[in-house]
Design a protein around this ligand. Structure first.
Ligand code: AMP
Ligand code: GLY
Length: 436
């Protein structure tokens, strides 16, 4: 069978890499892909991104299954477009993808279906937003409503920061935020302001066929740029799986209080949810769970360590997921820990530098795979082309050994200005949990 993966980051490299291992898959295409998917002989890059053009290409190429990586094409309706032409595709429809593409939609959804989340209000006018901050005090969290590639959230420790964030987000396109439309169809800047939550975060992802749910292995990512969780928020500087903070009790709670009510809620609202669903969880010291956000896709970089641990045939699993038969699937996982270190370009996240030559990527080993993201081939040479360049992912008996192995590989890879954290996985180390 011929398979298409839509997207071009590290998550899509990992998805394509895993799908290509299936005996039932003859070819994996990646649109648009990156330098890593271009170099892998089992994969082929396709330079098309627009949904209707992709659909026409997929029909002509007799693509049996399409998997969507990023939120952009989902919010643009690529799933609706493919399905309308009888093509099998795994992902949520445009309407269902609002769970991620609109913070206001997702907060109202959580409230309606009693899914635990931070207390909030949403605003289109600055004055009441400022007044809300003054009434609630700090710390407080200000979020732009539309898709913002991980840049639309300000955790304000001072009132001045919160007020500045409100003006900034309501003023217009400064963040590169896609504004959602109001009832009149006009793009309206909107902010959600919510209570600051304490605890430890984890990424909780499931597959859903509209009705049945299968949980993926747990994981935790590191959103801040620098060691010790300092510096600006990024898309994610590293991740590991499993995440010890998600104990069996927390897992059961997350399924019962967050995931199942979300799937049932979407069904009840007449927007059945199909695709990966990612709940960003905040887990407090007592193991209570609140939902920070929903994403309608897998996490990046969480996907890279998760798929390194997946023993089941991903193609078979996604076939069931698009058949509505996920209730027959039980995923098999490598019991070891996988850990991925993101190597980012100089200047990331604000202004990543591009075009630098990358050297020293070792061939794939059973316990270490370098997934590529912001890379491109220029005249046969691998060069940087985006913020997060690589995710060096390793598998070992525990988180410390997986970390050691990943850094052993990372430190041999060179490109000008490479930056990466040296502490990925620190929360998963034995003893890290005591007192937190
Ligand atoms: P989001 O895109 O909504 O997940 O927000 C990005 C990051 O901001 C999260 O991963 C958290 O680290 C932080 N954050 C978001 N909402 C809150 C909150 N209510 N309390 C504390 N931190 C938050
Ligand atoms: N790593 C966080 C995300 O993919 O949203």
């Amino acid at each position: 069978m011929r398979v298409l993966v839509i997207g071009g980051g590290g998550r899509e490299h990992a998805l394509a890499w895993k799908l290509a291992q299936s005996d039932r898959v003859s070819r994996v295409f990646v649109a648009p892909g990156n330098g890593g998917t271009a170099l892998d002989k089992r994969l082929e890059n396709i330079d098309i991104t627009e949904p209707a053009a992709l659909r026409a290409w997929a029909l002509q190429q007799k693509i049996s299954l399409t998997v969507v990586g990023p939120e952009g094409p989902l919010a643009a309706g690529v799933v609706d477009e493919f399905r309308a032409h009888g093509l099998r595709i795994f992902g949520p429809t445009r309407a269902a993808a609002q769970l991620e593409s609109s913070k206001a939609f997702s907060k109202a959804f959580m409230q309606r279906h009693k899914i635990p989340t931070a207390e909030y209000e949403s605003f289109t006018e600055a004055a009441p937003a400022h007044a809300y901050v003054d009434a609630k005090g700090v710390p407080i969290v200000v979020k732009a409503d539309g898709l913002a590639a991980g840049k639309g959230v300000v955790v304000a420790m001072t009132a001045a920061e919160a007020h500045e964030a409100i003006d900034f987000m309501l003023e217009g396109d400064r963040f590169g935020v896609t504004h959602n439309e109001d009832q009149d169809g006009k793009a309206a800047p909107r902010v959600v302001i919510e209570e600051f939550l304490h605890g430890e975060e984890a990424s909780f992802m499931v597959l859903c066929d509209g009705r049945n749910v299968v949980a993926l292995a747990t994981s935790q990512d590191h959103k801040r740029l620098q060691d010790g969780d300092a510096g600006p928020n990024t898309g994610g500087m590293g991740a590991y799986s499993p995440a010890p903070v998600v104990t069996a009790t927390v897992h059961a709670r997350a399924m019962r209080e967050v995931i199942l009510p979300a799937i049932r809620g979407m069904e009840r609202d007449g927007i059945p949810y199909t695709g990966f669903l990612y709940a960003g969880l905040m887990i407090d010291a007592e193991g209570h769970v609140k939902t920070l956000e929903f994403n309608c896709r897998m996490g990046d970089p969480e996907t890279q360590p998760i798929l390194l641990r997946l023993k089941s045939d991903l193609f078979e699993v996604l076939w069931h997921a698009t058949d509505g038969t996920l209730d027959t699937v039980e995923l098999q996982w490598d019991r070891r820990t996988a850990l991925g270190v993101v190597m980012a370009a100089d200047g990331y996240p604000l202004a990543p530098r591009k075009g630098d030559r990358i050297m020293g990527i070792p061939p794939e080993a059973p316990d270490a795979v370098v997934f590529q993201a912001g890379t491109a081939l220029h005249d046969g040479e691998l060069r940087t082309s985006g913020g997060r360049v690589l995710c060096v992912t390793a598998l070992a008996d525990n988180v410390r050994l997986a970390q050691q192995r990943a850094y052993e590989v990372a430190c041999r890879i060179q490109f000008e200005g490479a930056q990466y954290r040296r502490d990925i996985g620190f929360r998963g180390m034995p003893g890290a949990r005591q007192g937190t």
